[in-house]
Ligand binder design. Structure first.
Ligand code: MEV
Length: 427
C-alpha cells in the first residue's frame, strides 16, 4: 500500500516517472511496467480465448486517480476510461476529503439472487407449499453442484418463492464470496430446476442470475468540510453556500428523473472505469445500479444522498449494488486487470466493492460541486482547448501555449486556434 496517495503533480510527470512512482509505491514489478508500456498488453491468443471472432483489440486510456483514503488505506485507483476530466475530478474530490479522513465503506455479504421462472403450475398454492417443505433439500442439492464454493462461503443459503400473476418465481440466494457469481449461480439453478419441476408439476422456463443485486450492496460515506469547499472555489464562494448549493443539486436529482439519470451517469463514470480496469462486468453493474435507483421507490432517483452535519459540513453517502469479483471472468486473464488488482492490493471482492462505491461517490461529489459552483466546463476546458489546438494543426511545442492563451481569452474555438497558430508560426 502506498505511504500516501497524495501524489504531487502526478499529471505533470513523464510516463516513465509515473511508472517509477507506481513501482515504488504499489510494488509493481519491472515486468508489470513493461506490460503497461506495451500499449497492446492483450495479445491475440489471450483475446481470442476471451471472446469469439477476434479481429483485434480495442484500447482505452488507463490512468490513476490519486489522493484516495478509503477505510484508512491510502489508495491509488486504476481507471480505464475514454472521457477527459473524469480522473482529474475523482482525484480532486478525494483531495478535498483528506482532511476529514477520506471515505468509509462497508459491503454487505456477497449474496446474489438466481431466478427460476415457473410456468403452467396447475395449483400454484400447492406448488409453493411443496417448495417450502423441500427448501432445505433443494439448497443442499444446489450446493452439491458447486462443492468448492460451498466449502468456502456456504454457497446457497436460502430459497424463496414469489407469485407473479399466473407464474411463480423461485429465488435462490447464494453467497458468491470472491466471485461475481454468474457461473456458479446459473449452474446451481440448472441443477435444481428438474427437481423443482418434479415437486411442483410446473415447467422451469428460465434459470438465470438477477443483476438486481439487492442483497450485495455497498454503503460508502464521506464528509467534505465547508472550509475545504470554500477553498475549492479559491475563496470566491463561502463554504456554507457551497454546501447549500450542493444540497440543492441533490434535491434536484431526488425529485427529477431527467436530472437523476445524468447525476447517476456521473457516478457511473467513476464506477465503470474501475470496474472495467479490474476486468469486471460493467454492464452488470450498470444494469443493477440503474434498476436499484428506482427499486422500492415511486420513481427513478439519485443513488447518492447528501446532508449537512451539525458542524455545517457536507456529508455524502452512496448505497449501491456491487457484484464484482476477484476470481473468474477477465479479472484473472486480462493482463492489465491483474495489474489493477495488484495496485489496489485487495484481498476480497467485498474490499474491491467498497473501493468502487467510494470512487462513485467521489465522482458524483466532484460533478455536483462543479455544477453548483463554477460550472462543469471550466474543468473540461483545459483538455478541450488542447484538442482544439491539435486539430488546428499545432505542433507538440505549441499546443500548450495556444491552449493556455485561448482559455485566458475565454475564446476556445477552431478559428482562434488557427489565428494563434499563424501568429506563433510567424514569430
Ligand atoms: C458527464 O460525463 C457527467 C456529468 O454530466 C454528471 C452530472 O451532471 O452530475 C457532469
Amino acid at each position: 500500500m502506498p505511504k500516501t496517495s497524495a501524489l504531487q503533480e502526478f499529471y505533470k510527470k513523464t510516463l516513465d516517472e509515473r511508472l517509477q512512482i507506481l513501482k515504488e509505491t504499489t510494488g509493481l514489478s519491472d515486468e508489470d511496467l513493461a506490460q503497461l508500456k506495451k500499449y497492446s498488453a492483450l495479445d491475440f491468443e489471450t483475446a481470442n480465448r476471451m471472446i469469439e471472432n477476434v479481429i483485434g483489440t480495442f484500447a482505452l486510456p488507463f490512468g490513476i486517480a490519486t489522493n484516495f483514503i478509503i477505510n484508512g488505506r491510502e489508495l491509488l485507483i486504476p481507471m480505464a476510461i475514454e472521457e477527459p476530466s473524469v480522473i482529474a475530478a475523482a482525484s480532486n474530490a478525494a483531495k478535498l476529503s483528506r482532511s476529514t479522513g477520506g471515505f468509509k465503506a462497508k459491503a454487505s455479504d456477497p449474496i446474489m439472487i438466481g431466478q427460476i421462472l415457473l410456468v403452467n403450475a396447475k395449483n400454484p398454492e400447492k406448488a409453493i407449499k411443496e417448495l417450502m417443505i423441500n427448501k432445505q433439500k433443494l439448497i443442499e442439492f444446489a450446493n452439491s453442484k458447486d462443492p468448492v464454493l460451498c466449502k468456502i462461503t456456504g454457497g446457497a443459503k436460502d430459497l424463496q418463492v414469489r407469485k407473479l400473476h399466473k407464474m411463480l418465481v423461485v429465488h435462490l440466494l447464494v453467497n458468491c464470496g470472491d466471485a461475481m457469481g454468474a457461473n456458479a449461480v446459473n449452474t446451481m439453478l440448472e441443477g435444481i430446476a428438474p427437481k423443482i419441476e418434479e415437486l411442483t408439476g410446473a415447467i422451469a422456463r428460465a434459470k438465470i442470475l438477477s443483476n438486481l443485486a439487492v442483497h450485495r450492496t455497498v454503503h460508502a460515506e464521506c464528509i467534505w468540510s465547508k472550509k475545504e469547499l470554500e477553498e475549492s472555489t479559491k475563496g470566491q464562494v463561502k463554504g456554507e453556500d457551497v454546501v447549500e448549493a450542493i444540497l440543492q443539486m441533490f434535491d434536484f436529482a431526488e425529485q427529477d428523473p431527467f436530472r437523476a439519470t445524468t447525476h447517476n451517469k456521473g457516478i457511473m463514470n467513476g464506477i465503470d472505469a474501475v470496474v472495467l480496469a479490474t476486468g469486471n462486468d460493467w454492464r452488470a453493474i450498470e444494469a443493477g445500479a440503474h434498476s436499484f435507483a428506482s427499486f422500492g421507490k415511486h420513481q427513478y432517483s439519485s443513488l447518492t444522498k447528501y446532508s449537512k452535519t451539525k458542524e455545517g459540513d457536507l456529508q455524502g453517502e452512496i448505497n449501491i449494488p456491487m457484484a464484482v469479483g476477484l476470481v473468474g471472468g477477465a479479472t484473472k486473464t486480462h493482463p492489465i486487470a491483474k495489474i489493477s488488482l495488484k495496485i489496489l492490493d485487495v484481498q476480497t471482492a467485498s474490499e474491491l466493492a467498497e473501493i468502487i462505491a467510494s470512487v462513485g461517490l467521489a465522482q458524483n461529489f466532484a460533478a455536483i460541486r462543479a455544477l453548483a459552483t463554477e460550472g462543469i466546463q471550466a474543468g473540461h476546458m483545459k483538455l478541450h482547448a488542447k484538442n482544439v489546438a491539435v486539430n488546428a494543426g499545432a505542433s507538440k511545442e505549441m499546443v500548450d501555449k495556444i491552449a493556455e492563451q485561448m482559455i485566458a481569452e475565454k475564446s476556445v474555438n477552431a478559428q482562434r486556434a488557427q489565428e494563434l497558430l499563424k501568429q506563433y508560426q510567424n514569430k
